[in-house]
Design a protein around this ligand. Structure first.
Ligand SMILES: N[C@@H](CCC(=O)N[C@@H](CS)C(=O)NCC(=O)O)C(=O)O
Length: 442
């Protein structure tokens, strides 16, 4: 069996788990998988040793191959088990393929910010409503698995105080609170990040009013990517979870459908609806929208375009500036080609804080919703962009593919810049070895 090492409350674990569940239920995952809680003992004694990082999710394949990173988990399993595929074939459906990779990137590395903020903002002292108790419970379930409820909560509470400095989150931000600052969340930008999240949720609510999944009637990489910020943080955490259920009920239904749990009536994978024929006999039919398939003819729903527009309007300017800043740093005397680069998403990578905080060489000005802030450059995002670039070159390999992609991108501000991705990334190519990132060269 595959072994998935995960936490229920982890953003990227939700993405990998829902993907594996879909493949398994579709009969496409060979031996299936076991979901193993990555306790601190396993994180230190196994994950860290195998990959160089204790981050979850990580996957061990039946032959012992070890895979760290939710995107690599999906790529690995797609190559091994191509049935019930989740990535549209670039040569056949270039627009759906490109859209899937862009939404994965938007969800993983942009929507992560307000989702992460919701969890920790509503755990701070004095916030009302407040879900600190819930947050203690979910962290404690991992930190002290098997211990009694009071011990589990106490362990988490202790971690929140001693390591995360929750009581002085605003005056002396540490760990997760420092991470939020490093990601560009401060008192000025907070409302803008929240507005960005609401804008996306409104677009999604409109989309799921017509279609069960992002590409139509079956899940894709775009759905599993989107589930990363939506499941553990926005759906499960108590305060955003209440808001999501009350304001975005169709998004909630999609979360349940895509996650494959608590979804009896939400037309999840392969579910049927039944009617009675004239003799009173049950007649089943596929429940999903769009005949249970991605839209025909490489179609993208009109309701999906506003979601892609958020990528180009908000995230793309930041990514392209980050590529420039990272290229300058790699070319400078401060870095030798082939050396390690910071890797984390949620906060500055230990050992690289001087580069990624304050006015360090791996920080830059950015804008969200017209508000200016400063954030760290995350080289991992260039690794993700290279992944988009590989898909893009296959999408545009034929004349027909090129023109399909060109007309899609022409509909977005600065959309055509994506076609010059190779040039943008030329000075900041990365190599990922286990969980570690290095510049290319040397
Ligand atoms: N890019 C990675 C991100 C993994 C990640 O940051 N995981 C978080 C939880 S969602 C984590 O384990 N953080 C703790 C740590 O880095 O030690 C992926 O897609 O899997």
């Amino acid at each position: 069996m595959y072994r998935l090492f995960s936490w229920e409350h982890s953003l990227f674990s939700g993405k990998a788990r829902a993907y594996l569940r879909f493949k398994e239920r579709s009969g496409a995952l060979g031996p299936g998988y076991e979901d193993i809680l990555a306790t601190p003992e396993l994180a230190r004694g196994l994950l860290l040793k195998r990959s160089g990082s204790a981050a979850v999710p990580q996957l061990e394949a039946p032959d012992g191959t070890w895979i760290q990173d939710s995107s690599e988990i999906i790529d690995y399993c797609e190559a091994e088990h191509p049935e019930a595929r989740v990535i549209p074939v670039p040569e056949e459906a270039p627009r759906q393929c490109l859209a899937s990779f862009l939404i994965e990137l938007l969800a993983d590395e942009w929507m992560v910010v307000p989702a992460f903020w919701e969890r920790w903002y509503f755990s701070e002292d004095g916030r009302e409503p407040n879900h600190r108790g819930f947050n203690e419970q979910q962290w404690g379930a991992m930190l002290a698995a098997g211990a009694s409820g009071d011990v589990r909560r106490a362990m988490a509470s202790q971690l929140f105080e001693s390591a995360f400095g929750i009581s002085e989150s605003r005056t002396n931000p540490r760990a997760v609170y420092a991470g939020l600052v490093q990601l560009g969340v401060d008192e000025n930008t907070e409302p803008a990040w929240q507005a960005s999240q609401h804008r996306i949720l409104q677009h999604l609510e409109a989309h799921f009013a017509k279609h069960d999944y992002l590409l139509g009637g079956a899940p894709s990489l775009a759905d599993f990517g989107l589930l990363a910020p939506l499941y553990a943080h926005l759906y499960r955490d108590a305060v955003p979870g209440f808001a999501l259920r009350t304001h975005f009920p169709l998004v909630c239904e999609w979360v349940e459908r895509t996650n494959g749990e608590g979804c009896l009536n939400s037309r999840s994978y392969g579910q049927k609806l039944y009617s009675l024929d004239e003799r009173g006999e049950l007649v089943g039919r596929l429940a999903a929208s769009d005949a249970g398939r991605w839209l025909p003819n490489d179609g993208l729903a009109d309701t999906l375009r506003p979601v892609l527009a958020v990528f180009f309007e908000e995230m793309w300017p930041v990514l392209s500036d980050a590529a420039r800043v990272l290229s300058d740093y790699i070319a400078s005397d401060a870095h030798a080609p082939g050396d390690e680069l910071p890797g984390k998403t949620f906060f500055a990578t230990p050992g690289f804080e001087a580069l990624q905080t304050g006015q360090g060489p791996l920080t830059h000005d950015f804008e969200i919703g017209g508000i200016r802030g400063r954030r760290m450059v995350i080289p991992y995002q260039m690794w993700m962009l290279e992944r988009v670039g590989r898909a893009l070159s296959r999408c545009t390999a034929s004349e027909a593919g090129r023109s399909a992609v060109e007309s899609l991108l022409a509909g977005f501000p600065r959309g055509s810049e994506l076609q010059k991705l190779d040039g943008l990334l030329a000075g900041c190519r990365t190599r990922k070895k286990r969980a570690l990132l290095f510049s290319v060269g040397g």
